[in-house]
Design a protein around this ligand. Structure first.
Ligand SMILES: [Zn+2]
Length: 489
């Protein structure tokens, strides 16, 4: 960040003349002198004193000495790093902000700093300025368009309770065309579906790394990798078929791309877990108060993530249960999220959730602390917006371990297996004191004495968590250091 360091140098000079100017003013007022009076005493016009006091001119040493004498103080005292009054600090900060590039880029006329401008007004302006600066930094770091499109898409999913009747119907038609009678969709049925749609399947060893499959419309072929890295060998093919059925054109922008991805995932999920038989099965589980994502997974022989995803498609529409869903990397950073139960996800100032770090007391992160990774994990969490019950599981992918969680409000926990868990934690996030700030003494101990090297965040949608530049979680780093320095000494 060469720009920042170049600017910092300028800022320090500005700060200096600003600080000295304010100090001159303070001393003058303390001495009960007017601007004219001080001007006379050092042989300058009153307007020149104002220029000095406003920090608009650098002072030579000789001038400083003259001023000090006139104000009945010493040069040392004038330059002493005594704390300025709060008011003066605010004025200096505002002056700095107004001279900065951001303020100028807005084309706003500088606000004259008068006594009538209250401290609170200055504080508010500074706060807004700071937030605006942060936003600009984040925008520079991530494709804003992608994140905005994603935020819109999530709002739309929420509005329809994450249920897409036209896609459910498309799935039902396709399945009935190959005579599927509900239950798990076998690999063979998947191939039949491809044949029904006029495609032959070709498993190749040299599929471009950046693709999951390639559909050749000219020859009616679908190319798939011989070795599939994903958990479910059906999903790449079903997604290719879904894209074909949906007749998706080349996406024209991020919004398009994301919408298409949501729709193909949805249709692929609806083929593996058909609505009719899934709703019948889930209704039975609900009646028995035994709802569980694992059972849905096992019943349809799909991955945990597909089961959790399908559960959110059907839960509100058919079971009358508002839910939330998260997929969270082991670092705590959200990669996917959906909610219609008013659980509050952390967001950046543009409302984007992906790339933000969830509270460390949430189930989505607590599940990583448990040694038994095979059993289902359940937890109640008291949040500022209410108490929620969540169930989480860890899934492994080529880019790391993720927790997949489904949660619901306390009142709806009664329908789920695992409601009797005794795990109950409190989260006060977004209050930074909840889990985002290191304890004061820990911070004081390590501040400036540790250098965590950041792993760069490569997600397309991700802004850095908490608007930080590196995405490093200091709480984690300090805990790590504490732990290791204690055991190796
Ligand atoms: Zn927290």
């Amino acid at each position: 960040m060469t720009m920042t360091s170049a600017r910092a140098g300028d800022d320090e000079d500005v700060l200096d003349s600003l600080t000295i100017g304010r100090r001159v003013r303070q001393l003058r007022l303390d001495a009960g002198m007017t601007v004219e009076g001080l001007g006379e005493a050092i042989g300058r016009a009153a307007s020149q004193i104002s220029v000095i006091e406003n920090g608009k001119r650098e002072l030579r040493l000789a001038e400083l000495q003259k001023l000090a004498r006139a104000l009945g103080t010493s040069l040392d005292a004038m330059l002493a790093p005594e704390p300025l009054s709060r008011r003066h600090e605010l004025e200096i900060a505002l002056e700095r902000a107004q001279r900065g590039p951001l303020f100028r880029s807005l084309g706003l006329e500088a606000l004259p700093i008068r006594k009538t401008l209250g401290d609170q007004a200055i504080e508010t302006i500074l706060r807004l300025h700071g937030e605006l600066e942060k936003l600009h930094e984040q925008r520079a770091a991530t494709p804003e368009e992608a994140r905005r499109a994603n935020t819109e898409l999530r709002a739309e999913q929420r509005k329809r309770d994450n249920h897409y009747p036209e896609l459910e119907e498309a799935a039902a038609k396709l399945l009935s065309a190959i005579g599927h009678r509900g239950g798990p969709l076998s690999q063979r049925a998947t191939s039949e579906l491809a044949a029904h749609l006029g495609f032959t399947l070709h498993y190749v060893g040299d599929l471009p790394v950046s693709t999951r499959s390639i559909t050749d419309h000219r020859n009616g072929r679908i190319y798939l990798p011989v070795r599939q890295t994903g958990t479910d060998p059906r999903s790449a093919l079903l997604q290719a078929l879904a894209a074909h059925v949906l007749g998706q054109p080349e996406p024209s922008d991020y919004g398009d791309l994301l919408r298409q991805r949501v729709e193909t995932n949805y249709l692929a999920g609806a083929l593996m877990v058909p609505e009719e038989s899934a709703v019948a099965y889930l209704s039975e589980l609900k009646a028995a108060r035994e709802l569980s994502v694992e059972d849905l997974r096992d019943h349809f022989a799909v991955s945990y993530e597909t089961a959790a995803h399908r559960f959110t498609n059907l839960a509100t529409k058919h079971l009358d249960i508002p839910v939330h869903f998260t997929k969270v990397h082991s670092s705590g950073v959200i990669s996917k999220a959906y909610e219609n139960d008013d659980v509050q996800f952390p967001t950046d100032p543009l409302g984007s959730v992906e790339g933000q770090r969830v509270c460390r007391w949430w189930s989505a992160r607590q599940v990583f602390e448990v040694e038994d990774r095979l059993s289902a994990y359940h937890q109640y969490t008291d949040k500022p917006v209410g108490t929620y019950w969540c169930t989480s599981a860890i899934v492994s992918a080529s880019n790391g371990d993720f927790s997949v969680s489904v949660g619901t409000r306390f009142n709806d926990a009664k329908w789920f297996r695992g409601r009797d868990t005794s795990r109950r934690l409190t989260s006060t996030c977004p209050d930074p004191a909840c889990c985002r700030e290191p304890a004061e003494d820990t911070a004081a101990y390590w501040q400036g004495r540790a250098w965590p090297s950041a792993r760069l965040n490569s997600s397309l949608l991700a802004a850095m968590p908490d608007g930080s530049t590196t995405g490093v979680d200091k709480v984690d780093v300090y805990e790590f250091l504490d732990r290791h320095s204690a055991t190796t000494l």
